[in-house]
Design a protein around this ligand. Structure first.
Ligand code: TYD
Length: 208
């Protein structure tokens, strides 16, 4: 049986990465093989592109083309083969990030992202996308507390993240069956119980 494809989304500092291990453990507990991966990245070429996208200033269209180049490779080498073998794949970011950051944040027309999406994965969408939504002030505080040197996106101003967040919520309203919004400012217990319910529903092959 084909595996399920789960993607995690949210603005920088929304806290999505901290829930990745919990989600993976929940899936493993069901005796299902799980692959954890990320975008941009997930393959050696994708990781090299990630270094460029996260650090070099560039035109919004160049950024979109590079993240989709990374995605093409990721789908061919990691995501598609794993799903075909019945493993579940959790990707820290996928195409909704492009709509949020390049379209929402940078002003790239959505029609451009849609062309690339149609080219690269017309027949594949995540089975479930979890959007970790946090107030901008909380996300900013988390970023400021981080110890690593901020990348190009993390150095953006609040107005940029406001546009990214709005674009994410617009996507969630457009695809309510696939994208589930979690208030990541909520308690850890609340977030985990929501995640558990979402994953159980996916395992039963139905959407809550
Ligand atoms: P992120 O996932 O937040 O990783 P880390 O937690 O290590 O900082 O960083 C990836 C960045 O890439 C994030 O700022 C958003 C950006 N990005 C895009 O702009 N477009 C995309 O399509 C993807 C996948 C990511």
């Amino acid at each position: 049986m084909r595996g399920k494809f789960i993607t995690l989304e949210g603005i920088d500092g929304a806290g999505k990465s901290s829930h990745l291990a919990f989600i993976a453990d929940q899936i493993s507990a069901r005796k299902i093989e799980v692959i954890r991966t990320r975008e941009p990245g997930g393959t050696p070429l994708g990781e090299a592109l990630r270094g460029i996208v996260l650090n070099e200033p560039m035109h919004a269209e160049t950024e979109a083309l590079l993240v989709f180049a990374s995605r093409r490779e990721h789908l061919a080498k990691v995501i598609e083969p794993a799903l075909a073998q019945g493993a579940w794949v959790i990707s820290d970011r996928f195409t909704d990030s492009t709509y949020a950051y390049q379209c929402g944040g940078r002003g790239l027309p959505e029609s451009r992202a849609a062309i690339l999406e149609d080219w690269v994965h017309r027949h594949l969408q995540p089975d479930l996308t979890i959007l970790f939504d946090a107030p901008l002030a909380i996300a900013r505080e988390r970023l400021d507390r981080g110890t690593s040197e901020p990348d190009k996106f993390e150095r953006e101003q609040n107005e940029f993240f406001g546009r990214v967040k709005a674009a994410y919520l617009k996507r969630a309203a457009e695809f309510p069956g696939r994208i589930k919004v979690i208030d990541s400012a909520g308690s850890m217990d609340d977030i985990r119980s929501t995640l558990t319910i979402l994953l159980a529903a996916l395992d039963r092959d139905e959407r809550p």
